[in-house]
Design a protein around this ligand. Structure first.
Ligand SMILES: [Zn+2]
Length: 317
């Protein structure tokens, strides 16, 4: 699974690059004059870590390669089939004394019925944070055979997200193994999806201040009551849904820290923790983790001093 993820994690970079082949000698000079300098060579091709796997080939140029029988050089009948970006060509020699036949595919076919290029397209869209609908529409505007939106969603569910989960768990286990048995000084803070007290999700992170590596992240969802109204046959139905991870947005930071600390303390001890001056965190550490030295980070201290200064001298800034 890890090989799969790293292979297709890199392929999204390669599939999005245009490589000037310059193979047509008749128009080579014209093309060189026309193309801007930045299109002549991909910047990513200079990166040794990136494997450039795919090139753009015009369909009729590829099909013409199969117009002759490779055994007797007679004309050959062709039958083409596209499955997403995968082109399959069935070749049959027209010479009755030869009748050579073969099936050629433009990409490696994977075990689950799809091809390497189709997965690479889905992976490229996902890893680059693009909108799948817009990205697939772009390919259609180019006249390129491409996967459907439903196929993208299936690839995301079947291949990509399990790969991301696998790599995340693997990296997290490696981080924990590196700090196992150590006495750590950590710093932590939460990042919510919106400012103020109306956030729904928060990610709390704990960083090892020695190695500067993030040891643990936890996603916390606030308690929310949602009302969905559906109108059918002039009757309305009201559905209440509730997620009850915390009692409110102000509880999320403390909950995130609690989960992160519990995860880290399974393999290491925490001698000092640096956080903001969140009152619930101060109380939690004071009551539940008295052995951990609690420090406040200088950024929040400085911010507090500025607020006090502005309240005392409102016209000074
Ligand atoms: Zn033949």
């Amino acid at each position: 699974m890890s090989n799969f993820s790293s292979q297709f994690g890199k392929s999204f970079l390669t599939s999005s690059q245009y490589i000037s082949s310059g193979s047509n000698s008749d128009s080579e000079s014209e093309v060189d004059d026309y193309l801007p300098e930045s299109d002549e060579t991909s910047e990513l091709s200079e990166d040794e870590d990136v494997q450039l796997t795919f090139v753009m080939v015009e369909k009729k140029k590829l099909v013409n390669l199969f117009s002759q029988c490779p055994v007797c050089s007679s004309e050959a009948s062709l039958r083409e089939n596209c499955s997403g970006s995968l082109l399959t060509i069935h070749q049959l020699c027209d010479n009755d004394s030869c009748r050579f036949k073969r099936v050629c595919k433009s990409q490696e076919q994977l075990s689950r019925g799809t091809s390497e290029g189709n997965i690479a397209i889905s992976n490229a869209i996902f890893m680059s944070g693009s909108s799948p609908a817009k990205a697939l529409k772009m390919f259609k505007f180019m006249g390129m055979h491409v996967i459907s939106y439903a196929a993208y969603m299936q690839h995301q569910k079947t291949f990509i997200i399990p790969s991301v989960d696998y790599i995340y768990d693997e990296e997290k286990a490696a981080c924990m193994a590196r700090v196992a048995g150590h006495s750590l000084t950590l710093s932590g803070d939460g990042r919510a999806d919106s400012p103020g007290h109306s956030a729904k999700y928060m990610v709390y992170s704990l960083m090892d201040t020695t190695t500067k590596s993030i040891l643990c992240c936890e996603l916390v969802q606030v308690c929310m009551f949602s009302i969905y109204c559906t109108f059918k046959n002039l009757e309305s139905t009201v559905v209440f849904s509730k997620s009850n991870e915390t009692g409110g947005s102000s509880y999320m930071e403390n909950e995130g820290l609690r989960r992160c600390l519990a995860s880290v303390m399974q393999s290491a001890t925490v001698k000092e923790l640096v956080t903001d001056r969140h009152p619930q965190i101060r109380k939690y550490l004071r009551d539940e983790c008295p052995e951990v030295k609690h420090s406040f980070d200088t950024w929040h201290i400085a911010k507090g001093i500025i607020f006090i200064y502005l309240s005392m001298f409102p016209c000074s800034m």
